[in-house]
Design a protein around this ligand. Structure first.
Ligand code: PEP
Ligand code: MN
Length: 340
């Protein structure tokens, strides 16, 4: 931490700041400038107590942290990009990863059809949502245990890997044997108790960014997963709540670029929940690839207009071949830019 003192601080002020810094177990180093004095505080900001309390002293103008609040997610901790293998499909490797599937599992026929359409295109990572976090309790909440039974059958028929959102710790056990990746959705992005339970499942976790989370809060939430023993963390930007309702959520590709710079973890983009409507999904998907995303997670449904949730944004799974063809040059360019 760096403590900036107000102009014309006296020696007594500097001494009282230094004394408090020492009480808080940092070593103070006083640097006297022409106009200002600053006190550099030496010590590990992650394990020592916060020095923010110093801001209460009359002589102190600002207290500035110099260390990030995360460690294990940072590039300083691991210089190489982390690639995560899910049954033979790699997320964060040389190739762009594609996850697709419906907003929710709605019936055996619906799920079987969508998985058949996607598998035929070589897509092996499937959205398989059994529990839906809905704003209204009157909206479709997911088929829960019935969805898990459908997922089990369809998975054994097609040999695909499944991504399932977890809303509470008790659901981890319900899907543990059938789901390959556990998702923490935007609404639970800072539910630290849930992050700890999901980390303990020892499965890859796809962590979405909260709809009003800063990049630092998003990465620090990922730190909870790593510190609790989950090594395979995939981040996902899905758009932020904004003043402008012309898109459902404001896709923060600047945040993706910043996060790529900060962390070794793979970062996906979800253009579907950002777009909110079908016609905007492709432009956002292409922009995400341009911004350096490691892959995309896209909603697809056999008959989107009849979907129980997010009907407006799901793409028809029977036309997903055209989606992949349209994305192909963007994927090829992104892959040619990737190292390793
Ligand atoms: C989802 O992916 O099913 C979902 C609910 O997304 P988000 O958490 O981004 O709203
Ligand atoms: Mn959805």
């Amino acid at each position: 931490m760096i403590i900036v003192l107000k102009p014309n601080s006296s020696d007594a002020d500097i001494e009282s700041v230094s004394n408090l810094v020492q009480t808080l177990r940092y070593q103070p180093r006083v640097i006297r400038g022409v106009e200002r004095t600053v006190v550099a505080c030496i010590g590990d900001e992650l394990s020592n107590r916060s020095l923010e309390v110093l801001g209460n002293l009359p002589a102190v103008e600002a207290v500035m942290p110099v260390q990030q609040r995360y460690k294990l997610v940072s590039r300083e901790y691991s210089a190489h990009n982390t690639a995560i293998k899910v049954n033979g499909t790699v997320i964060g490797g040389k190739k762009i990863a594609i996850i697709a599937g419906p907003c929710a599992v709605e019936s055996a026929t619906q799920f079987r059809t969508v998985v058949g359409d996607l598998k035929a295109l070589g897509i092996n990572l499937i959205r398989a949502m059994a529990f839906k976090p809905r704003t209204s309790p009157y909206d479709f909440q997911g088929l829960k245990a019935d969805a898990v039974a459908i997922m089990r059958d369809v998975k054994s028929e097609f040999g695909v890997s499944l991504v399932t959102e977890i809303l509470g710790p008790s659901q981890v056990e319900m899907v543990h044997e059938v789901s390959d990746v556990l998702q923490i959705g935007a609404r639970n992005a800072q539910n630290y108790d849930l992050l700890e339970s999901v980390a303990q499942a020892r499965k890859p976790v796809l962590l979405k960014r909260g709809m009003a989370s800063t990049v630092e809060e998003w990465l620090t939430a990922a730190e909870y997963l790593l510190v609790n023993g989950c090594t395979d963390v995939i981040l996902c930007e899905r758009g932020l709540r904004s003043f402008d309702r012309s898109v459902r959520n404001l896709l923060d590709l600047g945040g993706v670029a910043v996060a790529k710079h900060e962390t070794h973890l793979p970062i996906l983009v979800d253009p579907s929940h950002a777009a909110g409507k079908r016609s905007l999904v492709m432009p956002l998907a292409k922009a995400a690839l341009g911004a350096g995303a490691d892959g995309l997670i896209i909603e697809a449904h056999p008959t989107p207009d009849e979907a129980f949730s997010d009907a407006a944004q799901q793409l028809p799974s029977s036309e997903f071949g055209a989606v992949m063809t349209e994305l192909a040059p963007w994927i090829a360019l992104a892959e040619s830019e990737r190292g390793e």
